[in-house]
Design a protein around this ligand. Structure first.
Ligand code: ASP
Length: 583
């Protein structure tokens, strides 16, 4: 016996006259005098059941017991609805099932929230995620996610990539986050780290002659949770041998475009534009600019040299953005607070009124030359940043995004994809002052710049990021394939030979045994799917996510472990602050 002939959203007028069995959840039940109407639901839609006491007295008795979310099986004849009862808004709206038998397959206790209820507390939704998953939005999102993954796998397959599984339990991989640790009963006191990415394994696959590797890899990073970040997430992780940057970017662009097409969405045009890191920082104040709107940062350092306005005169850099809005004083005070959050001491501005007048507390200090450099159309405002270049970039980059969001400058329908390339090879670690990597230490310098040790700060890398509407979607690089270059990177980072050998000896050894030139990337899958689904939070596209405290409201994890279990692992738990009486 099969439970159903059709799914609930499938009956159409061409089946009228047929006997059908349907099964699903009770969406609604309405009593109309003697007749009972039930909307029977599954993920494909709803079908109306009609239970007539004269036609089917037994079914009618059962129908009175039905409550929302009961699971039932109903059998009867599919009939056309009376013309006045046709619902043109519903794919099944022309028909209904004239039920003569209905069985309750399973009952439901009263629900903690109704599926169509708005503003339900998210923790409650996640606590009862099995109910939440029945909602159309979650069904759509998970299926959309599936379509994207299928499309990616197809793209990879067409291009002869091999899906290789790599270990989750490994040594720490330096991707810039803390590791989740796994104690090992067989070796008490020792720990695996959960892979922050398969980075080194995929490089070893290249050295192993695999040529084209990919994986939809789960990665774990112990970082604070945010709208775009969970402890565990998936990446399209990919590596290719004997390639240059453009070969890798080409595969990524194909994967993105094919995913758009799989969802019947208008795909972005290829090739995606490329922008140098330095240009991104200078023009947009960030290495992941949102290019759906202009508001480019302009330079005024030259024009303000020798300015009467002391802040400008003494600043290493002076830059500004021209915002198409005439801000009031109160609004400017609020913008100043935003600028301060980004590290500014204050906010200089010039408001260009509707009357063409330029109004500004600093106007009296500015020369004609300066004022003409800052001229702007009526009803606009020039906002300045002055100081050390990275601070100015941060402040104006932050203000640029803030005002664009407030003024709705970004076209919500636009999809602006672009690559950022030519990143610096090193940056200074703010805490230690040491040189450190920007993404991970396996990124190759640009060809010809292998002698970076003399001036690490000037060296550029072959790293690339793909940005979509201001989100960093993809990160990757051409890797170092020569052990002496890899060793020089570790040396520049101040690592001792002992430390290098302890942590990365196996990599250096592998690089000494015939490593082909190679490169790859990783794309955050949940971010990609969330953007595709138009969801602001990746929790909406993850079946069982954690909340921002890092807990799982459904299972109650994480939980304490009994002392004897920990002892077997060579671990002793310290009292928490609460147990200390701290909280
Ligand atoms: N392993 C890097 C990451 O997870 C990506 C890459 O360089 O391929 O971000």
């Amino acid at each position: 016996m099969s439970w159903r002939d059709l799914r609930c959203g499938e009956p159409r007028p061409d089946r009228v006259g047929q006997r059908l069995t349907l099964a699903g959840w009770i969406d609604t039940r309405r009593d109309h005098g003697g007749l009972v109407f039930v909307d029977l639901r599954d993920h494909t839609g709803v079908c109306q059941l009609v239970i007539n006491p004269e036609h089917a007295p037994e079914a009618h008795t059962v129908a009175h017991e039905l409550r929302n979310e009961f699971v039932v099986q109903a059998e009867g004849e599919l009939v056309s609805r009376a013309p006045e009862a046709v619902n043109p808004g519903l794919p099944t709206g022309g028909v209904e099932l004239q039920v003569d038998r209905i069985d309750i397959l399973s009952r439901s206790t009263p629900l903690p929230f109704q599926l169509d209820e708005e503003h339900v507390d998210e923790t409650l939704r996640l606590r009862y995620r099995w109910l939440d998953l029945r909602r159309g939005q979650m069904q759509r999102n998970l299926r959309l996610s599936h379509t994207v993954v299928q499309s990616i796998r197809r793209t990879m397959d067409e291009r002869e990539f091999v899906d290789v599984w790599t270990p989750s339990m490994t040594r720490g991989t330096p991707e810039g986050a803390r590791d989740f640790l796994v104690p090992v009963r067989l070796q008490p006191g020792k720990f695996f780290a959960l892979a922050q990415s398969p980075q080194l394994f995929k490089q070893l696959c290249m050295i192993g002659g695999l040529d084209r590797y990919y994986q939809i890899a789960t990665c774990w990073r112990d970082e604070d949770l945010r709208a775009d970040r969970q402890f565990e997430f998936r990446q399209l992780d990919l590596e290719m041998a004997f390639v240059e940057r453009e070969d890798v970017l080409d595969v990524m662009e194909a994967a993105v475009v094919n995913a758009f097409e799989a969802l019947d969405r208008e795909a972005p045009e290829r090739p995606f534009p490329r922008m140098g890191y330095d240009e991104a920082i200078v023009k947009y104040g960030t290495d992941k600019p949102d290019l759906r709107f202009g508001l480019e940062i302009q330079d005024a350092t030259e024009v303000t040299r020798g300015s009467e306005f002391g802040v400008f005169a003494g600043a290493e850099t002076v830059r500004f953005i021209e915002v198409p809005h005439e801000y009031s004083r109160a609004e400017l005070a609020r913008l100043e607070e935003v600028a301060k959050e980004w590290g500014a001491k204050g906010l200089a501005y010039i408001v260009h009124g509707a009357d063409g007048e330029a109004r500004s507390p600093i106007a009296k200090f500015l020369s004609e030359r300066e004022l003409s450099a800052f001229s702007a159309p009526p009803e606009s405002t020039v906002l300045f940043g002055a100081g050390e270049p990275s601070l100015v970039a941060r402040v104006l980059g932050g203000l640029r995004l803030h005002v664009a969001r407030e003024l709705g400058l970004a076209d919500p329908q636009a999809d602006a994809f672009h690559w950022v390339i030519d990143f610096p090879l090193f940056q200074r670690d703010e805490d230690t002052g040491q040189w450190t990597f920007l993404h991970h230490p396996f990124t190759a310098p640009i060809p010809g710049e292998e002698a970076f040790e003399d001036d690490p700060g000037a060296a550029k890398s072959q790293h690339y990021d793909l940005i979509w509407n201001g989100w960093e979607l993809v990160s990757g690089s051409i890797r170092i394939h020569r052990s002496e270059v890899q060793a020089a990177i570790f040396r520049t980072m101040g690592m001792s030979d002992e430390e290098v050998n302890g942590k990365f000896g196996f990599l250096l050894e592998a690089l000494e045994m015939g490593a082909p030139p190679h490169g790859g990337f990783a794309m955050g899958l949940e971010r990609f799917v969330a953007l595709m689904a138009g969801e602001p939070d990746i929790r909406q596209i993850v079946a069982f996510p954690k909340v921002s405290s890092g807990a799982d409201p459904l299972t109650g994890a994480p939980t304490p472990m009994p002392a004897d279990v920990l002892r077997d692992l060579g671990i002793e738990a310290l009292p928490t602050e609460a147990e200390h009486g701290g909280i």
